[in-house]
Design a protein around this ligand. Structure first.
Ligand SMILES: [Zn+2]
Length: 855
């Protein structure tokens, strides 16, 4: 049975509402309002029972970019019953008309071809990344971890000269052994001096046998048979032993003592974890594997990695290109085409099929009914692969899907769509030879494009199981080079470039985010100049709002991004939240602290311009099912970080937290003192103690009551000022609570201020890039903790709220002078006599400011 599809092509793309502001600097999509909607199902999928539940939608739009010309965005949505699947591609016009050089691709990522490709990337990194990638040009690391797994026996066994395909099965009886580097007689090994590291998910695969303890350390030093290790360890060990001059591998569970009795070793070794990764020659990431039994390598259908070009016909796509030269007569033919033909005209159809095939594949598990279709596709793909070059223009192949497809398939050849249409008898006249002005016009509209999978990094790498682990972010960022073993191919990440098997010459840095497509948002590099790049991208066309803060704003921009990515990962042991990030904090401190002694770490934030960093926020999650805002963030059962730090909250993994917009302007709070009390001086970037961790701050306290809006408001909150004449009847609803489900403090809700003790603190105007009239007033929401041992005016943060110039205009009203010019502060900031009756450590009667302590 073959399902019938509907293809709707709308040449319009609406950016997501989340792209508001400069949160994600999107490349501007042209506003294209011409929908081309049609059903060409029977043409694409040959006869079979009609299945109205199966639907494919595609949207094509032009992307405007300051430097890159001829960019298009193609969004695919596929729906079958209740299952949905979405993919976005970017089409970029090729610089050359020659097809890319391709080697044969293998059926497994364990193959020699993959290994050779990795060697090529390593060579390129050594050649080109001189100033970027640490370790380059240096044979041995400057430092070795305390323990390593020696690959000596595998190196000796010379396993890799055989022609066998599966390397991992060749060495079951070979042993690897643990070495302690302090026992090395001459300090350093003389050959095979490099060591590599592994990033992996432990899962159930790591049993006690694969964990180093004081009891089994001698056994492991004698050696453990390769076949006794989890599959991922076996694979990574055999792969590493093959790499030139690599003699050792560091695997966390085998090189740090594990278990409740081994805390001392754990604390000692974890303090130098950053060094383990920054000195590694290569970090090998079992990116696709959700546990250590899954292995490093994966089978794949190589043909799916092969084709990455189409000929796009942009005729009829508004905003696609400037008008043609005047002497070229524009052909009227396309306009007389049927809608279905137009769609075929817009896309290289064979390419479309390939991606429909991929989409189907990703749905296959859930869609048994479509299985037969998938199989037919794979037959066809195979037939094509056997036919050789994907540029063939010969006679159409007979395929199981019928003549229509065979003809259309050739639409990705250079001559392109028009010829395909001619041969399939769609009624285009045959007079378009290459010399007439009409042919000129047609050529003008045909763009040979490379297809870039905009979801590549997010699908295969960023959201892959291993990168959901909090610990892995620093492993990935601190290593000079990372080799990702993804579910269907390998990918490369170093400070200098990215590459993947599908695009071995490098992945252009376009990425898909909730806000649209952003350019070059990759983090790897961790240099101040990377911070500058991130900031320029985020600000897009906007003028730098804080030029006075250069260059430290770039370092803070980098930190902002690190935190935003990190808060989307999960940490098994809640206490590790700051520890698993401490390597990066240490690196930032080395970079910034060396230049500026006042640059100090403060429990996940930095004390420079800390006021604006206090304004991080947790986004509630919108649930489409019942149209409710869900506040899914949680707080740990025991103290982990001060309430003013994002590290005190575990946010939803798809959203993370949004870091404050760093500035020293338009602020209404002033931090007087930052006090941090690290648990151990061995790691001042790690765990903090609640005692003596606080900030003292000048601010204007305003009494308020906070409440859940009634049930129909669906997870929303509201607040009102208390005893503030003219303002206290007005409800404000733009509320972002850190953790409203936090039972320990749920007395914050209620209309009795004496019980809830909620205060609002006007903090900053923003967003920074907004015009003066459209800036919001961001306020901290805090709760007073009377009777606290740390003082009379101790507060904890419970969230933030934003007052809008439109919805909350009374609070943001300003007085006018005689000429009608706006003067003075927002009404909510005006002093009242009653302001003296607040909890405070100190009061400034001239400015009406309170000194409070936030813990
Ligand atoms: Zn490199």
């Amino acid at each position: 049975m073959v399902a019938t599809s509907t293809v709707d092509i709308k040449s319009a793309h609406t950016p997501s509402p989340q792209s508001q502001g400069a949160q994600d600097a999107t490349i501007k999509d042209d506003t294209i309002k011409t929908p081309l909607s049609s059903s060409v199902g029977p043409r694409l999928f040959t006869a079979g029972s009609r299945d109205p539940q199966f639907k494919i939608e595609a949207m094509l739009s032009v992307l405007h970019h300051a430097r890159v010309k001829d960019l298009y965005r193609l969004d695919f949505k596929m729906r079958y019953d209740r299952t949905r699947c979405k993919r976005t591609f970017i089409l970029q016009k090729n610089a050359s008309s020659d097809p890319p050089f391709r080697t044969q691709l293998s059926h497994n990522t364990s193959s020699d071809e993959v290994y050779t490709l990795v060697l090529n990337w390593m060579a390129r990194c050594t050649r080109e990344c001189k100033s970027h990638c640490r370790y380059v040009g240096q044979e041995a690391p400057r430092w070795y971890p305390a323990r390593l797994i020696s690959l000596k026996q595998l190196k000796k066994a010379d396993l890799f000269n055989s022609n066998a395909k599966d390397k991992s099965t060749e060495a079951p009886d070979v042993k690897v052994n643990l070495v302690e580097t302090k026992e090395w007689p001459n300090q350093r090994p003389s050959d095979n001096v490099r060591y590599v590291t592994l990033s992996h998910c432990w899962g159930q695969g790591v049993t006690d046998q694969h964990k180093l303890t004081s009891r089994n350390i001698d056994t492991l030093k004698e050696g453990i048979r390769l076949s006794d290790l989890p599959q991922t360890f076996q694979d990574v060990i055999t792969f590493s032993a093959r790499l030139p001059r690599v003699g050792y591998i560091w695997i966390d569970s085998l090189c740090i003592k594990q278990g409740p009795d081994e805390q001392d070793d754990w604390l000692k070794q974890s303090a130098s974890m950053d060094r383990v990764y920054s000195e590694t020659f290569l970090n090998i990431s079992a990116t696709h594997a959700s546990d250590s039994q899954k292995g490093l390598f994966r089978p794949r259908i190589p043909e799916l990695l092969l084709e990455d070009e189409i000929t796009l016909n942009i005729e009829g796509l508004p905003g696609a290109h400037p008008p043609p030269p005047e002497n070229v007569v524009r052909t009227a033919a396309p306009h007389s085409l049927s809608m279905g033909q137009k769609i075929i005209h817009l896309l290289g159809v064979r390419w479309l099929f390939r991606y429909v095939f991929i989409l189907l594949q990703s749905l296959r598990g859930r869609l048994g009914v479509l299985l037969s279709l998938v199989q037919r596709f794979s037959v066809r793909t195979k037939a094509r692969a056997q036919a050789g070059s994907h540029n063939e223009v010969g006679a159409p192949h007979r395929s199981t899907l019928g003549a229509g497809i065979s003809a259309l398939r050739r639409s990705s050849t250079k001559v392109g769509v028009l010829n395909a249409l001619k041969r399939s008898g769609t009624g285009i006249s045959d007079d378009s030879d290459t010399t007439t002005p009409k042919a000129e016009a047609e050529r003008h509209n045909l763009k040979r494009c490379t297809i870039l999978d905009a979801s590549f990094w997010s699908n295969r790498v960023d959201n892959a199981p291993v990168n959901r682990r909090g610990w892995v972010l620093q492993e990935r960022l601190l290593s000079p080079r990372v080799l990702h073993f993804c579910h269907d191919q390998v990918a490369w990440e170093c400070c200098g470039f990215d590459a993947a098997e599908g695009l071995p010459e490098g992945m252009p840095n376009f990425q898909l985010t909730s806000g649209g497509i952003i350019e070059e948002s990759r983090l790897k590099g961790l240099d101040i100049k990377d911070g500058a790049r991130l900031r320029n991208i985020r600000l897009n066309d906007y003028k730098e709002p804080d030029p006075q803060l250069r260059p430290e704003i770039y370092a803070l921009e980098l930190w902002r991004r690190i935190v935003e990515v990190y808060t989307r990962t999960a940490i098994t042991n809640s206490e590790d939240k700051l520890i698993a990030l401490s390597g990066m904090a240490k690196l930032m401190d080395e970079k910034m602290g060396s230049k500026d002694a006042s640059f100090k770490y403060a429990a996940g934030l930095w004390n420079v311009h800390i006021e604006s960093q206090l304004l991080w926020q947790v986004e509630p999650v919108w649930r489409e099912v019942d149209e409710t805002f869900d506040n899914v963030s949680t707080s740990p059962a025991t103290y982990r970080a001060p309430s003013w730090s994002w590290a005190s909250v575990d946010a939803h993994r798809d959203h993370g937290i949004t870091y404050g917009d760093i500035t020293d302007k338009d602020l209404y709070i002033k931090v007087e003192k930052v006090s941090i009390n690290p648990r151990t001086m061995d790691n001042v970037f790690g765990i903090v103690e609640s005692a003596r961790t606080y900030i003292d701050m000048w601010c204007k306290l305003r009494r308020a009551v906070l409440y859940r809006k009634n049930p129909i408001s669906k997870g929303r909150f509201g607040w009102r000022l208390v005893d503030r004449k003219g303002l206290d009847t007005k409800e404000h609803t733009n509320v972002y609570l850190d953790c409203p489900s936090d039972n320990a403090h749920n007395n914050m809700f209620g209309t009795d201020h004496e019980i809830s003790r909620v205060f609002v603190i006007p903090a900053a105007k923003g967003p920074r890039i907004a015009s003066e009239e459209s800036k919001y007033l961001t306020c901290l929401l805090v709760q007073w903790l009377p009777g606290h041992e740390a003082g009379a005016a101790v507060f904890r943060r419970i969230g933030i709220t934003k007052l809008s110039p439109w919805a909350d205009s009374e609070a943001l009203a300003r007085r006018k002078d005689e000429q009608g010019k706006l003067v003075g502060d927002f009404k909510i900031l005006e002093m009242l006599e009653s302001d003296v009756n607040m909890p405070y450590e100190n009061y400034d009667p001239v400015n009406g400011k309170h000194m409070i302590r936030l813990i």
